[in-house]
Design a protein around this ligand. Sequence first.
Ligand SMILES: Cc1cc2nc3c(=O)[nH]c(=O)nc-3n(C[C@H](O)[C@H](O)[C@H](O)COP(=O)(O)O)c2cc1C
Length: 173
Amino acid sequence: MSALVVFESIYGNTRLVAEAVARGLSESIEVEVLDVGSAPSKLMPEVALLVVGAPTHAFGLSRPNTRHDAVTKAPSPVTEPETGAREWLDTLEQAGKGVHAAAFDTRIGRGWFPGSAARAASRRLGALGFKAAIGPESFYVVGGTGPLADGEEERARQWGFELGAEIAHLPPA
Ligand SMILES: Cc1cc2nc3c(=O)[nH]c(=O)nc-3n(C[C@H](O)[C@H](O)[C@H](O)COP(=O)(O)O)c2cc1C
């Protein structure tokens, strides 16, 4: 039984959260972290938990035009990703029996904008037959491009820890 964390990140904030979530998960379950550009559309049979992380762009999951926009606003040069979580989820196969999922996003500090990439990803994962292990969660950045707000990396590790503990205690599907 293992967990797979798939993330999309242009500025690096969502990557840092994904890695922190994986550290928390790894206390109770084997975990692999993959950039969305190299994530498979068919999950390995041992994957009991899929965690999807993405930046919130324009109130939801990124699109090619928002990723292009993000690249032009980057504080230091970044490569434009070929794909994002939205496109990967479009290719992802239906969940196997009893496979759980969770989603998180990064976004600008609380109360600034409505909309969350994690909520959009959760809806898509539910439509693909994944069981929600926990509700969608947001982790906050400072300013438009980051860095992560104080304490958010540790909160992400704790979120991963709690998620892993819950999955490890579930009966096998
Ligand atoms: C094009 C673009 C659109 C964005 N739209 C939103 C938004 O609607 N709501 C929000 O809270 N943050 C928004 N942000 C801020 C991003 O969510 C934030 O920069 C995120 O942490 C970036 O993640 P990354 O470092 O993994 O690329 C936007 C950023 C960009 C570049």
